[in-house]
Design a protein around this ligand. Sequence first.
Ligand SMILES: Nc1ncnc2c1ncn2[C@@H]1O[C@H](COP(=O)(O)OP(=O)(O)OP(=O)(O)O)[C@@H](O)[C@H]1O
Ligand SMILES: [Mg+2]
Length: 622
Amino acid sequence: MRVPTPVAKSQKTMDAYHQEALDSGLKDRTLLAQLWPFMKPHGVWLWLGIVSITLGAGLSLLRPLIMLHAIDGSLKTHDPDLIFWGGMQFATVALCEQLLQFAQTYAVQVLGARSMADLRVSVFAFLCRLPLGFFDRQPVGRLVTRVTNDVDSIQELFNSGALNAVGDLLRLFGVVAIMLSLDASLSLVAFAAMPVIGLLMVWVRRRARDAFRSIRGETARMNSNMNEQVNGVALIQAFGQERNKAIEFDGINSSYRDSNIRSIKYDAIQDAAIDAVGSVSLASIIVALGYHGASFGTVVALTAYLAQFFEPISQLAQRYTLLQSALSGAERVFGLLQVPDRDAPERTSIAIADGSREWALEFDHVSFGYKPDYDVLHDVSLEALPGESIALVGPTGSGKTTITALLLRLYEARQGTVRVHGRDVTGLGRDELRRQFAVVPQDVYLFSGTLAQNVAAGEAPDLARVEQVLRQMDIYELLGRRPGGLETVVRNGGSNFSSGERQLIAFARALYRNARILILDEATASIDSQTEGRMQRALEELLRGRTSIIVAHRLSTIRKASRIVVLQKGRVVERGTHDELLQQNGLYAALHELQFSREGSAAPLDEASQRAAAPPAPPAPA
Ligand SMILES: Nc1ncnc2c1ncn2[C@@H]1O[C@H](COP(=O)(O)OP(=O)(O)OP(=O)(O)O)[C@@H](O)[C@H]1O
Ligand SMILES: [Mg+2]
């Protein structure tokens, strides 16, 4: 037995993360029914398409009949005019058919483009409403694939004229009826091959569907991989991992190629088999003619109809393959739309325990874990009066950011209650709750847009106010001096700004929002003393008149707080004012001492926590 190497083990873990459930369990009929609401508003195009398809199918049936009458008529009467008029009729019918062809192609594709645009918007809007916990489990590229490639594969159904299947079926029935009426026994010889085609379609269906499912899955993997690698390209280059990453990508690409080849194989088998069956049918008619007399016109018409008979069958088979591809996309899109979670749904049950309105913020014996069986917060209680500023202090991973996430109800407490102005957050509407907060996150994210748009956080920026906010914080000179000023374009999540500048922009964003409660998750990265001073002044502006909860790493920030709550491994271990905590001589005091004895230490809080946790050193021998 081979012992898995660490590399193979990590690879397995990652493969499991990227593996998607390929079969959503939704029935084909359900999938198609779910498409309907998106097509319905564009019904005009649908009807235009169906009408032109039907008329086109009817006209195409006329052509061989025109030929039959022209040929047999002129042979009988020796009147050349009959051939001429037959030709004219044939040309008129063919021209009308082409016009109808144009109308239906246009109508059906417009229908597809419009309804799929609607679908894309609703998938996107749906994604935005999902709780954060959902995104923790999904690679970004996979979600991007759902909105783009998977919806495209459904749209292909319209572009390739899947609705023409209606026309194909009509033509098929028409051809069968006319052939039978022209010469029943010859036609039956031709139809003998039908069961073979039926069996073939059944054989191909499952296999093609599986191939398309894996194509869609591999596309998602490829997009996820691309997304991660482009985002991390600086790191990849710094660590010289270009080759390894290329090999990783090649692995995914090869699986994608193989799935593609598999689907091509079934498509080709199907096409070739149908053509073969068609030729055999034609041959059998010719053989049968040896024993069976028919007029020359009938033979010409029958062979023309026979060609017309196999054309829709072959078309239907191709559309069927496309349908499989589209359904495999629909499975993924509608499978996603089935996710039952909603971000912070408002609850009205009696379990909601509103508390005293005295507190602006309150955690009442809250426990929480990102995973069901592993808590990262244990029985946390803390509260803040309106206008108070609470500092959260503790080593890395102790749960500070998690507390701020629970306040915004980005995640939900497993036990206990979180209240804002006395109201249980689960009883508040999402917007009503979040409107009360301005947030400066630990890792600042800037949107693509201008600097001003970023300060306005998505709203149409009021430039005068943006400037006023920046001046109020005394950072206008710093940010506004860039060549583009407030209109500087922010690229790639803010990569063209330094991390200190990003922090300041986030401060400005919070001040612009002017909410009642401020959540500030201070960045751990150290900054130069000049920026530090600037941050302090900006922060003072931000705190004025607001309730705030601050995850603090710098003592200067901590000192400003009304009260300090010290966390360790998800528990509140100390609380009080700066002076009280120093007197307690515990974790906070240890941290404080470190901060002053070792200015500039990268992670004083971690060391402090280790010290506080360690048993007292034995007394030195006298
Ligand atoms: N999205 C997540 N999914 C699973 N676990 C998480 C997630 N976010 C955080 N954790 C875990 O929860 C614990 C608390 O994390 P949290 O981010 O609250 O720490 P923190 O006190 O803010 O640390 P830091 O000072 O480094 O920012 C950590 O053990 C972390 O690994
Ligand atoms: Mg944090």
